[in-house]
Design a protein around this ligand. Structure first.
Ligand code: PLP
Length: 438
């Protein structure tokens, strides 16, 4: 059986109808490109699942994993491991969470579940409520689905059974609060969270994405600092889900840092860019205050692979690469250029209703039927056939684009070259122009 046939018949694939799954086998990559077994090369405009921030097969990461494998593949969290300890210190330094602690997981969903556990335990008393928002994604384990306001998973987990209360998002283009401006939408969304806390008893935490997310919401800049101020005033922990927005994706190490101390959460969750997906790893970073509250309590949780040495070695090498190659700054500069180019594209294509993002190499195009009325191209989360075909035609043209509903999500590796980025946007321009959007 060929690899492709084996993959097609023996693997249960995520987020798809099994019978429809049909994709090439990827065998290699370099920088912003990867290639399949037939030698077909694709320029990656989504960092695969918005996780390969450092590009494909980054040599420093490959070497770090090889060196660590030769020295020590595994020890449990019951014992110390050098790369785990060093990575925790580096994360606390970069986030300015000195005196805090880091709990390592395998990915984003378990990081979010653990952040909620820690916030609840730190709050004391019976497990409190957690406020999250619609049009968010925090993972696909049961509690993470309950935390997420994602159309794919809402019917799978009842939020009330997990102590989760969901509120409308700061979706400025279609503001659920009927605001007059983007800025006002951000403050109204934060005020709504504050009201929700006041109306309920026993809210322990608010968990939200500060910037980029797979549901295509990019909160206005007024949102996060206002949310921080309101939660601080009420003694409720703020958890920033930085799984996607961290490690340069939004032009900072962590997206909340754009607001300085006014944006600092009590806990943040990381994955994806933490190792640039070179090895599976997630983390919960706890502030000194939360960590101190847990210091003399039993912590009844753990994962066999907490802080796996191979993954932590990859994480350390990743952080060094972001720094040595100035990738955070690069993301900011290239992200601004990409945003400008996308705004120009919008001027030429009536189907592009909104362009948002641009604080780093992350942007969202929202497609509409009518720009004046903002009527969606298809009701969320349906996908217009031409958008599906755009992805297929992009692949045929050598560029891999990610879509969701009416959205085109642009999140290339931070190592993409300027000519590669320019070429990809020329292809996108052509594909949009050649599509029938009726
Ligand atoms: N949080 C956010 C913001 C994400 O984008 C994702 C994944 O896309 C997750 C959490 C879940 O991460 P994982 O797939 O590693 O469990």
């Amino acid at each position: 059986m060929s690899t492709r046939n084996a993959e097609r018949h023996a693997v249960l694939h995520s987020w798809c109808v099994q019978a429809d799954w049909d994709a090439p086998t990827i065998v290699g990559g370099q920088g912003a490109r990867f290639w399949d077994e037939d030698g077909r090369v694709l320029l990656d405009m989504s960092s695969l699942s918005e996780c390969m921030n450092l590009g494909h097969q980054h040599p420093a990461l490959v070497k770090a994993i090889q060196d660590q494998a030769a020295a020590l593949c595994f020890t449990t969290a019951a014992w110390g491991a050098e790369p785990r300890a060093r990575l925790a210190v580096r994360l606390l330094e970069k986030s300015g969470f000195e005196g805090g602690r880091v709990f390592f997981t395998l990915g984003g969903a378990d990081a979010n579940e653990h952040a909620v556990k820690f916030a609840r335990q730190a709050a004391g008393g019976p497990p409190g409520l957690v406020i999250t928002r619609d049009r968010s994604y925090h993972g696909a384990s049961y509690a993470a689905m309950a935390l997420s306001g994602d159309s794919r998973t809402t019917s799978q987990a009842d939020p009330s059974r997990y102590g989760v209360v969901r509120v409308p998002p700061p979706y400025a283009y279609r503001c659920p609060f009927g605001s007059a401006s983007d800025a006002e939408c951000g403050t109204m969304a934060a005020a709504h969270v504050a009201r929700t806390i006041d109306e309920r008893t026993g809210v322990s935490a608010v968990l939200m994405e500060p910037n980029a997310g797979t549901n295509g919401i990019v909160a206005p800049d007024t949102f996060w600092p206002a949310l921080r101020a309101e939660t601080r005033k009420r003694g409720v922990s703020l958890i920033a889900d930085e799984v996607m927005s961290g490690f340069g994706r939004c032009g900072e190490w962590f997206a909340w840092q754009r607001y300085g101390e006014a944006g600092r959460p009590d806990l943040m969750t990381l994955a994806k860019g933490l190792t640039g997906a070179h090895a599976p790893l997630g983390a919960v970073v706890l502030s000194a205050d939360i960590a101190a509250r847990l210091d003399h309590q039993m912590l009844n949780t753990g994962l066999t692979y907490c802080g796996h040495p191979l993954s932590c070695a990859a994480g350390l090498a990743a952080m060094q690469a972001y720094e040595d190659e100035r990738l955070i700054e690069r993301s900011r500069t290239l992200g601004a250029a990409m945003f400008e180019r996308l705004t120009a594209l919008q001027a030429g294509h009536a189907v592009i209703g909104d362009v948002r993002g641009g604080d780093g190499l992350f942007a969202v195009l929202e497609l509409v039927k009518d720009r004046a009325t903002r009527e969606p191209l298809r009701p969320w989360p349906e996908v217009h056939p031409s958008l599906k075909s755009l992805v297929a035609r992009g692949r045929a043209a050598g560029v891999s684009f990610a879509i969701r509903g009416n959205l085109i999500l642009l999140a290339p590796p931070l190592v993409i070259t300027e000519p590669e980025l320019a070429d990809a946007l020329i292809v996108l321009d052509r594909l949009i122009a050649e599509s029938d959007w009726s």
